[in-house]
Design a protein around this ligand. Structure first.
Ligand code: ADP
Ligand code: MG
Length: 529
């Protein structure tokens, strides 16, 4: 009896939830938190630039913020679109507040990242987040100090102000002070920055470390990936709640018009077709439809197979040029190739898989059982949880590397980029991609494609080496043969160079080796002799 009465019921705010379970968002300890803070700030900075057609200039400064304790102040500055001042408090002080809850590929997607860093800073150092921001068209620059009221999940603005712009500037500067562990996290943080640079060769990225080091990646190409555009949902992804919300927010008088206006890939012909399959009158008022009508409609929408291919305007692949430029700059490989697969769809979400391959040159040797894998999702490098990522299982289980003439360890890097309006991440920390069959299949095809290119290159190279060996072997005898012929026809006015040129042309015809190559070898042999 007493036990039943002591059960305490209570609701908590999203801020309190993530404050309590910070580990699931990547804030398990000071080392991990420092890495995650840099990451969240850099990702927001990149979203504010390249997704809006701006070539990114990004500066990351990590400083010791206390002489005794391991406090670090992380400041990230971008030249992005900036944030309207009335939005700043919520953007940095309300968990699950975002401008990215739309169907458009972005690095952020949960409306959580920067707030986790703010919460962690609040818990460990008590210091608020500082934000300086301005949009291009503003005449003023705005400044804020904000903390989060955890119980209410509301921002508390501690200080704010603004000043007139002295020069053209737009962008955002965010500073957060947390307890960190630079010693334990520095290699990961540097790796994160360098892997980011691999896929953003169009960005200037500078990082100032607490050790006084400056890590600099200069822009090497001016071409940005096509920025993503917001799109309407695809009918394959529809469910009852979503359909109801769509109907409620749509003012069209008929269900026919509602479908055409609210979904991509649905024109009038398609909509009529679907409605007749569901047994619903196209002119029906959408708000008068019962749940069972709506469920029939959903079934018809999901099983319909005549849709136009899904719109890919919302996704922004890197492209072959960016991937190859990035890999070349970072690894100076002997061979590099990349591919962007055509768009596919899983559960109504369009996605594209890209792969890059870098081989030889300065590419470091891989582990003994697989190539070095660089994983990316929506342009974010994924560093942790490699073992549980679908990309890793494809590389290890679905690809027979013998077929591609590779034995490990090899100087081989495989880069895989999955981009989508919804990447199937395994957790909110965004470190690994779940094993979704459609995605897995595309990853396999993309890797096979670049691996085939590498095999062709290796085969060609082997052929060339083989040919060179042959020519060296044959050419060794030429001076001998020439001498014999000269002796036999001594006095008959045989011309030495004529004999050599005849022999060279015979060898060339039989072996396919160009004559000039043969002359080269003959000369070497003669000089050597
Ligand atoms: P998410 O990135 O998942 O949306 P965040 O908590 O990291 O969630 O950021 C919340 C919102 O704040 C973003 O959606 C964006 O609108 C805004 N924001 C954060 N940082 C920047 C920045 N550097 N430039 C422009 N907008 C930003
Ligand atoms: Mg974010």
């Amino acid at each position: 009896m007493a036990n039943e009465l002591t059960e305490k019921y209570k609701a908590i705010s999203p801020a309190e939830f993530f404050y309590k379970y910070k580990e699931i968002a990547g804030f398990a300890n000071p080392a991990r938190a420092l890495y995650q803070t840099v990451r969240e700030l850099v990702e927001n900075a990149l979203d504010a630039t390249d997704s809006h057609g701006i070539l990114p200039d990004i500066k990351v400064v990590i400083q010791r913020a206390d002489p005794v304790q391991e406090f670090y102040r992380i400041t990230v500055e971008d030249n992005g679109i900036g944030i309207p001042p009335d939005v700043v408090p919520n953007a940095f002080g309300r968990v699950l507040f975002s401008s990215k809850y739309v169907l458009r590929q972005t690095r952020g997607m949960y409306g959580l990242g920067v707030k986790m860093a703010v919460l962690y800073g609040q818990m460990t150092t008590g210091r608020p987040v500082e934000v300086v921001t301005s949009r291009r068209e503003y005449k003023r620059i705005y400044f804020f100090k904000i903390r989060i009221d955890i119980n209410r999940n509301e921002p508390v603005v501690l200080e704010k102000g603004s000043w007139r712009k002295q020069r053209e500037w737009h962008g955002t500067i965010v500073s957060i002070t947390i307890e960190g562990d630079w010693g334990k996290s520095k290699s990961r943080i540097k790796e994160y920055i360098s892997r980011t640079a691999v896929v953003t060769p169009y960005a200037n990225i500078a990082m100032y470390t607490p050790d006084g080091e400056i890590v600099l990646y200069k822009r090497i190409i001016d071409k940005l990936p096509r920025p993503p555009r917001e799109v309407k949902p695809h009918p394959y992804g529809v469910d009852l709640e979503m359909l109801k919300m769509i109907i409620e927010s749509n003012s069209q008088p008929t269900i026919l018009d509602t479908l055409v206006e609210s979904f991509q890939s649905v024109g009038e012909v398609t909509a009529r077709d679907i409605l007749s399959r569901a047994g619903i009158d196209p002119s029906a008022n959408p708000r008068s439809l019962s749940d069972s009508d709506l469920l029939k409609l959903i079934n018809a929408m999901r099983s319909y197979d005549q849709y136009r291919p899904p719109s890919t305007a919302a996704i922004s692949p890197l492209g072959v040029e960016v991937i190859t430029a990035g890999l070349k700059r970072m690894f100076e490989p002997e061979f590099v190739a990349a591919t962007t697969r055509k768009p596919s769809i899983y559960e109504g979400h369009p996605f594209i898989v890209e792969a890059g391959i870098a081989y030889g040159g300065k590419v470091p040797l891989s582990e003994p059982d697989k190539p070095t894998i660089l994983r990316y999702a929506n342009k974010i490098p994924l560093l942790y949880d490699e073992g549980s990522d679908v990309v890793t299982s494809v590389v290890k289980e679905d690809i027979n590397w013998d077929n591609y003439l590779i034995t490990f360890p090899a100087p081989l890097i495989i880069l895989v980029h999955v981009c989508s309006t919804k990447v199937p991440f395994k957790g909110v920390g965004k470190e690994s991609i779940a094993d979704v069959p459609e995605v897995r299949r595309e990853i396999k095809l993309a890797i096979s494609e670049v691996a085939r290119k590498l095999r062709n290159y290796i085969t060609e190279k082997q052929k060339e080496l083989e040919a060179q060996r042959k020519v060296i072997y044959l050419a060794k005898y030429i001076p001998e043969v020439v001498k014999s012929i000269e002796t036999i026809f001594a006095g008959d006015g045989v011309n030495r160079s004529e004999i050599i040129s005849k022999l060279a042309s015979i060898i060339s015809a039989k072996t396919g080796i160009p004559e000039n190559k043969i002359y080269e070898v003959i000369n070497n042999v003669e000089i050597g002799a």
